[in-house]
Design a protein around this ligand. Structure first.
Ligand SMILES: CC(C)(COP(=O)(O)OP(=O)(O)OC[C@H]1O[C@@H](n2cnc3c(N)ncnc32)[C@H](O)[C@@H]1OP(=O)(O)O)[C@@H](O)C(=O)NCCC(=O)NCCS
Length: 376
């Protein structure tokens, strides 16, 4: 290799691995553009169904097209009894993301067309999993609280039905709006680690489900989607707004990473975090419980003053999901259940313009070692 090729980009920082027309981030402005729309423009004005359609078909649906797509999603929400059985028989100690990963894998293993790689069939799988993952997550959540799963209600929209399956009751309008906006904000985020994992699997011409399972495995990690519940745990550890500054300063002096802070691409703020901060404040007011928001604000300020590190999407989303009643260990599952829309768009795009993704490593091991056979 030449000297230039020898430069390792640890974490593939700043590397352009493929062309994409799905989303782009400018971390300096900062902005997130999805299919041509600024996330700030669409976050609170699109339904989850519209966002998913936009991601999958590159255009916003209107009129009958939107109605038909919404009906199609609603008709696919029921999960097979074999999946429900897995959810209720997996050991209680299992990580909920491991259970979700297993459930999706089982759906894939049960699909006779799993290895059909045509665009139409992959689109069918994308819509099917987008419809079913919330049913799995809501059922997981209820089973872990000792309750029976609630069957989906096809008369309700995607987000309303999701909350209904969680609580057994129709949500109030403020909660519903906050949840729908959160799902839209999380649906897609360019070449993040889990999306890249999905694309790497497609790159080998493996199947749609294997790709999604890889995405679930990647987003589970605490540096990625797994940061959301850790952020909420941090607010709980802090305990009260006056303790936020010393907590942050002590953690930083101990070289600890604080969940919900920092981002590989955004340096001047995560636009999704700004939207979620507003939502967290609104939820705190409507639920009459502002302590978490106040703690988060104080910790954000302390982090800004000490290291100028920004809150990312998970920081205020943790408070929104907590106020909506999600258990801490289910929060990453919720993130995965909406990111399926973005993953699917990337999976389809990768299949349609595929090249095996296969980087190199700079070898730092030894050479020239000799092996003496024991059998001589
Ligand atoms: C997201 C994350 C993995 C990005 O990592 P990265 O791009 O490799 O950034 P780095 O780890 O190189 O961080 C750059 C600097 O900021 C610091 N930093 C970044 N995130 C930090 C955090 N959450 N807490 C404390 N310091 C942090 C690093 O220590 C480093 O400081 P240094 O230059 O003094 O050594 C990282 O910010 C992180 O671990 N955040 C917490 C987990 C999280 O919230 N993930 C969700 C992301 S949406």
């Amino acid at each position: 290799m030449t000297t230039e090729q020898n430069q390792v980009k640890l974490g593939l920082d700043g590397i352009l691995a493929f062309e994409s027309s799905i989303a782009t981030i400018d971390g300096n402005i900062p902005e997130l553009i999805i299919r041509g729309y600024d996330i700030k423009e669409i976050a609170s004005s699109l339904s989850f169904e519209e966002m998913t359609y936009l991601l999958l078909y590159s255009t916003l649906p209107t009129g009958d097209v939107l109605n038909d797509f919404s009906k199609e999603l609603a008709s696919l929400r029921n999960i097979p009894s074999s999946v429900l059985q897995v959810l209720s028989t997996t050991p209680k100690e299992a990580h909920p993301m491991a259970v979700l990963r297993t459930a999706v894998s089982l759906i894939g293993a049960s699909d006779p067309s799993a290895d059909n790689l045509t665009n139409d069939d992959n689109l069918r799988k994308a819509i099917n999993l987008t419809a079913k993952m919330p049913t799995i997550v809501a059922a997981q959540s209820r089973i872990q609280s000792g309750k029976d799963p609630v069957s989906p209600n096809p008369a309700l929209g995607h987000s309303e039905n999701y909350l209904y399956m969680l609580t057994g009751e129709k949500p109030d309008p403020v909660d519903l709006k906050a949840f729908e906006t959160t799902l839209v904000l999380y649906a897609e985020h360019e070449t993040n680690a889990s999306t890249f994992a999905c694309r790497v699997v497609v790159g080998t011409l493996s199947d749609f489900y294997s790709s999604v399972v890889a995405g679930i495995g990647a987003i589970k990690g605490p540096l990625h989607g797994g940061a959301i519940d850790d952020a909420m745990r941090m607010f709980m550890d802090i305990g009260s707004p006056d303790k936020a500054k010393p907590y942050v300063e002590t953690a930083l002096s101990n070289k600890q990473k604080l969940s919900g802070f920092g981002h590989r691409v955004y340096r001047a703020g995560d636009p999704r975090a700004a939207e979620l901060k507003d939502l967290a404040r609104e939820m705190s007011t409507s639920h009459g419980d502002s302590q978490w928001y106040e703690i988060a604000q104080e910790a954000e300020q302390a982090m800004k003053n000490s290291k100028n590190i920004i809150p990312n999407v998970d920081y205020y989303a943790a408070i929104v999901l907590y106020q909506l009643g999600f258990q801490l260990n289910m929060m990453t599952n919720v993130v995965a259940s909406t990111r399926i829309a973005g993953w699917s768009a990337h999976i389809l795009e990768q299949y349609n313009n595929n090249r095996l993704i296969r980087p190199r490593a700079l070898y730092t091991g030894e050479r020239g070692k000799k092996h003496k056979s024991q059998n001589l």
